[in-house]
Design a protein around this ligand. Structure first.
Ligand code: CP
Length: 315
């Protein structure tokens, strides 16, 4: 079993319930991971994904080995047929089988370069790890998706779900740097599999790949989109159409208390790290609406539910 997107999940609600059950009894399946090793390879920085996945694996009795690629190990080459007389030292064709030999499950974080849509959206780096390691693959965020984050978000929504079908708004926010579309793509893809009304609001030019936006209603008027919202997920992403570019720097898109006055007492989410008073105001983050710490805590049980399934499938 691989875990790279919601497409790898049969029953999303059952996986959410499994995570919630693990939250109540995190050490109930310590036997599952005995004598199993999880390898975590980071080609990009991380706080939450690294520590929550380590904690999840420890809760299941697994051993964990973590590598910061390019810092702890050799600079990797991913192109075939190149003469390696530059900065890269080891080819993925040679490194990945070594990792596969040492690990029972391999987790990799590999961000997009945001230079070529075709290259990033082909998941070129993730696919080479999968192909040459030959072990179950756990995405720790790829060029286009962040499924462990989205599962934690789905768990957090389930914990705070109102009695009615909730209106969930994904609201673009400003940022000083061009960021990947992965969190937004992934959140939309997972929400499309749940019983929610999904609205996405962003300035013109920030449309997500329609494969991930799915049945979401797109609303360019942020105020209109936020009316009646039960949950607002705030996130920046760079343009998909004008690939990797920043098209809007309008600070009016930053979510404040004032934006939420016509919402349905909306709870506010963000995957973290957040640029305070650029993406989201202090008052919202520190006030009673904020769910960001709950999301971060649920990262442990999301990762644990996925690892548990992977270990059970491998028996
Ligand atoms: N949300 C998230 O993935 O955080 P990190 O980048 O710190 O892992």
């Amino acid at each position: 079993m691989h875990f790279t997107s919601v497409s790898d999940v049969g029953d999303v609600n059952a996986l959410v319930e499994a995570a919630l059950a693990l939250k109540k009894a995190p050490l109930a399946f310590q036997h599952l991971g005995k004598n199993k090793t999880l390898g975590l390879i980071f080609l990009n920085p991380s706080l939450r994904t690294r520590l929550s996945t380590q904690k999840a694996a420890q809760n299941l009795g697994m051993q964990v080995m973590t590598v910061n690629a390019d810092k702890d190990s050799w600079a990797l080459e991913f192109q075939d047929g190149v003469v390696m007389d530059g900065v890269t030292v080891e080819h993925i064709r040679d490194a990945a089988p070594v990792l596969g030999a040492y690990c029972d499950i391999l987790g990799v974080r590999c961000f997009p370069k945001l230079a070529s849509k075709e290259e990033d959206y082909s998941e070129h780096i993730m696919r080479q790890f999968m192909r040459f390691a030959g072990k179950p693959y756990l995405s720790l965020e790829s060029a286009t998706l962040h499924p462990l984050q989205s599962l934690a978000d789905a768990v957090t929504l389930a914990e705070h779900r109102p009695a009615h079908r909730p209106r969930v708004v994904l609201s673009w926010a400003p940022h000083i740097k061009p960021l990947p579309q992965a969190v937004a793509n992934s959140f939309a893809e997972w929400m499309n599999r749940l019983e929610v009304e999904l609205v996405i609001t962003h300035p013109e030019g920030y449309e997500l790949d329609p494969r991930f936006a799915g049945r979401a209603r797109i609303e360019h008027d942020q105020q209109k989109a936020l009316e009646g919202a039960d949950f607002v997920y705030v996130k920046n992403w760079s343009s998909y159409a004008d690939y990797g570019k920043i098209l809007c720097r309008d600070s009016a898109w930053m979510l404040t208390e004032n934006h939420l006055k016509h919402s349905n007492r909306a709870r506010v989410m963000h995957c973290l790290p957040v640029r305070r008073n650029v993406e989201l105001s202090d008052e919202v983050l520190d006030g009673p609406r904020g769910l960001v710490q709950a999301q971060a805590e649920n990262r442990v049980f999301a990762a644990q539910a996925v690892l548990k399934q992977m270990l059970e499938n491998d028996r």
